[in-house]
Design a protein. Structure first.
Length: 100
């Protein structure tokens, strides 16, 4: 079992000390960057809100993105199954044509 490493996670104007697996560090840091970039984006779009409002907006955006990604994956799986079915039908038809 790998040891956990401690990192400082900055979200908005707060720092959180968290422990993660070393192999997850790059993903966590990229996610933190995305979150903080979105906070800055929302701050420019919606002036006058407090940090909690911006973090809530980012949370809704992030959760929606994750849900949309999962839905797209399901659609891709269904499309792949349909294409495989069509390919089988075409192969069967071509096989029958070759026998004649």
């Amino acid at each position: 079992m790998s040891e956990l490493i401690a990192i400082s996670a900055v979200i908005g104007d707060r720092t959180y000390r968290i422990k993660i697996k070393p192999e997850d560090e790059e993903v966590v840091r990229r996610t933190l960057k995305t979150i903080n970039d979105k906070i800055v984006e929302f701050k420019t779009m919606f002036a006058g809100k407090d940090m909690q409002d911006y973090i809530a907006m980012v949370l809704i955006w992030y959760a929606t993105e994750q849900h949309a990604g999962a839905a797209a994956g399901i659609l891709n799986d269904n499309l792949a199954q349909q294409l495989t079915g069509l390919e089988k039908l075409l192969d069967d038809q071509l096989g029958q044509q070759a026998k004649k």
